[in-house]
Design a protein around this ligand. Sequence first.
Ligand SMILES: Nc1nc2c(ncn2[C@@H]2O[C@H](COP(=O)(O)OP(=O)(O)OP(=O)(O)O)[C@@H](O)[C@H]2O)c(=O)[nH]1
Ligand SMILES: [Mg+2]
Length: 249
Amino acid sequence: MPKEFTIAVCGSARVGKSTLVNALCGKQRNDILANDNASSMEYSITIYDTPGIESWTEQHVQSYFSKIMEQSKPLCMIYCASPGSFARLDQLQWLIDNCIKSNIFCAFVCTNKYSGGTERRAQVLKDFHSLLTGYHGMTRDEGNIKYYGNVALCTAVNSIVYEDREFGVRKEVEGINELIFGILTSLKDDKIVGWCYTVADNQSFWVTMQSQLIKFFEISQQAVTKFFNERGKDIVESVIPLILSVLKR
Ligand SMILES: Nc1nc2c(ncn2[C@@H]2O[C@H](COP(=O)(O)OP(=O)(O)OP(=O)(O)O)[C@@H](O)[C@H]2O)c(=O)[nH]1
Ligand SMILES: [Mg+2]
């Protein structure tokens, strides 16, 4: 039996949930089957990406999330809101209460951050912040990510290139690698493994964040270089086993 991990993605319709999932995974699919060759154990990863709920009412949230919980407990809940889309903080309380009760880490993400202007983006982040401080004080503010103990983090991302030809504006992808790293460093034990496999194909993450990963997990640079030389260009094949061996220590 493969070890199963699930991730719950929540939020209103058209805010950029699926685009974020693709950016995190580094590929266009929602169900990933990954093999850990080192132990020949199989990991199965399922991402629940809501098909656009038009009215994100408390009732919808409850039935959707309860259904996921029946299947298996998610290792992480990612809540998405785009600038201007976010107005019903109270409806999120049930969701956070339940995540905390079940020990599920929450990532609150302002998706498509350039779509609604600076003020609206700031408002979403302000709303996330005031909501989360009701549960846990802010413990860290690093790399544009605010952390609230082991409960949650919040940040803003641009999942794909943003272009406004009329105003001659172009913005590159932003905040995805940092978000992956933020979630990775907030999880515990085998949830870390699940998250590593979720983002296993995101070459950009493993390459860009290599030194941060080495530092955080206290992996030796020498070991990474050695694996890298032996296994060729596949960073994933070289870094994930090292993280796993650190966790098993
Ligand atoms: N430039 C840019 N466009 C984005 C971003 N996120 C989403 N979009 C665009 O916004 C639209 C909606 O994105 P989706 O990812 O389909 O949103 P969704 O929340 O999955 O939508 P539903 O599944 O219908 O609820 C698409 O046209 C995306 O290309 C982003 O970060 N940057
Ligand atoms: Mg979608």
